[in-house]
Design a protein around this ligand. Structure first.
Ligand code: NAG
Ligand code: NAG
Ligand code: NAG
Ligand code: NAG
Ligand code: NAG
Length: 395
């Protein structure tokens, strides 16, 4: 009973501190905002070096209560965002945080720095991997595209890779950072100086209010070329939030240590795992879900093609509000029509802040972080405004 009273006490304090919005759709209520944004912070997306700075400033201006970020793969980029936004978002978490709100013990100069690849990984690369590529004739695939090369490597050299002759983080780093050797050297290999670790799933959560019960759960046991998993946290006044980046449905399969043969199978299993973790209890699922419905419209920004449609149907059938963004806003979040950083000729809506349960009496979703010139990323963000009926006058 005392525990309940104490919690109520905390709840009143939090409710009182929530922003009260006056909004046409939601009336006067206590609301909080959750924004998801895939930053695309890798040299594979153009203008990487300029965008790092643009993104920090844009996130400061976005000013949501909670930010779920994807593709924050490199420790220096994470540190840059955390330090730059520390006055707005003092609370943060990622799978490589060493403690509460602590990315690492210090970022000063080290004689031996941590990075995704070590000297022994580089040696293993030349002693074990390159000869296997040679033996299995994968060079032709690599010359067609890096994805085809990696797929050939994963299919033909899985035993060599599984023997851990090369660290999983090093392989991941090479795949997700590289459009060439100089990128690998710049992003994956640091001998001395500040640490440059890899955040393998690229997820980072930032919050204005304290995060409790933070945990990262990888979706699968094995090593992954492209790591997938989910961050969970409890935030007073917002509730349970989960932040994720589901698998990209590449037609080729690059994994060598998982029990699937296609990314489609893997994506459905990821959603089943989310359901097993979170069920139908009240929570928010934010992220780049890599799945979206087809919608036809005369407005090019709202004319969407489907991506991995079975996965979005799985999310709908589990009870998430998958149509809410489409009815509230409906514009693509990955847009050939307006974003110069997007190379593929398609518009899709795959980023969302989904809500499970009835904790909020009014929800509104909109596209954000979508300035058309000087794009921040190849994705735009989505913000959900989540309101309860309690008003601050109940205090
Ligand atoms: C080796 O890779 C190629 C290209 O990905 C594939 O067609 C072939 O089946 C693979 N061989 C084995 C033994 O898996
Ligand atoms: C997802 O949808 C597919 C196709 O409708 C179905 O076969 C599969 O069982 C669903 N997965 C889950 C976990 O419900
Ligand atoms: C919130 O208030 C609206 C009317 O303003 C009402 O229709 C709705 O049922 C209320 N929801 C809850 C959860 O109390
Ligand atoms: C965006 O484009 C408009 C017109 O094309 C221009 O006036 C404006 O300065 C540009 N903004 C930025 C940030 O470059
Ligand atoms: C919120 C914040 O501290 N923003 C700063 C981030 O860094 C840039 C310079 O790189 C400043 O201009 C911003 O004010």
């Amino acid at each position: 009973m005392i525990e309940i009273l104490r919690r109520l006490d905390v709840a009143v304090v939090v409710v009182a501190s929530l922003v009260v919005f006056l909004d046409e759709a939601c009336g006067t209520r206590s609301c909080s905002t959750v924004t998801t944004f895939n930053t695309g912070l890798t040299p594979k997306v153009r203008e990487y070096r300029d965008r790092r700075h643009r993104i920090a400033d844009a996130l400061a201006a976005e000013d949501a209560d909670v930010l779920c970020l994807q593709e924050m793969w490199f420790e220096d980029d994470m540190r840059n965002v955390i330090n730059n936004l520390s006055s707005i978002y003092p609370h943060h978490y990622s799978p490589i945080h060493t403690g509460r709100n602590k990315l690492e013990d210090d970022s000063s100069w080290h004689l031996f720095a941590y990075s995704a690849c070590s000297m022994s990984d580089i040696i293993a690369m030349f002693v074990h991997i390159v000869p296997c590529i040679q033996r299995r004739d994968c060079w032709d695939e690599f010359s067609r595209s890096s994805a085809e090369g990696v797929s050939c490597l994963a299919r033909n050299c899985s035993k060599v890779l599984q023997r851990q002759s090369i660290g999983a983080d090093c392989l991941s780093c090479m795949i997700l950072s590289s459009s060439g050797v100089s990128d690998i050297y710049d992003r994956c290999y640091q001998i001395s100086g500040a640490d440059l670790r890899l955040n393998p799933p690229g997820l980072m959560l930032l919050s204005k209010r304290p995060l409790y019960n933070t945990i990262y759960t990888p979706f699968f046991e094995g090593d992954m070329m492209l790591n997938r998993g989910i961050i969970q946290a409890d935030i007073l006044g917002v509730g349970k939030i989960a932040c994720t980046h589901l698998t990209y449905p590449l037609p080729l399969y690059l994994e060598y240590d998982l029990p699937f043969t296609t990314y489609k199978e893997q994506s459905e299993q990821e959603i089943a795992n989310i359901h097993a973790l979170l069920g139908t209890s009240n929570h928010i699922l934010a992220g780049d879900l890599n799945t979206g419905k087809a919608v036809s419209s005369s407005d090019p920004e709202k004319n969407l093609i489907a991506r991995a449609p079975q996965s979005i149907n799985n999310l709908t059938s589990f009870g998430y509000d998958t149509d809410k963004y489409l009815t509230d806003d409906g514009r693509c979040t990955f847009c050939k029509s307006s974003n110069s950083l997007v190379r593929r000729r398609r518009n899709i809506a795959i980023d969302d802040v989904l809500v499970m349960g009835d904790a909020f009496s009014c929800i509104r979703k909109q596209r954000v972080l979508d300035q058309a010139n000087l794009s921040l990323s190849d994705h735009y963000g989505v913000r959900a405004t989540l309101c309860t009926n309690h008003s601050s006058s109940t205090n």
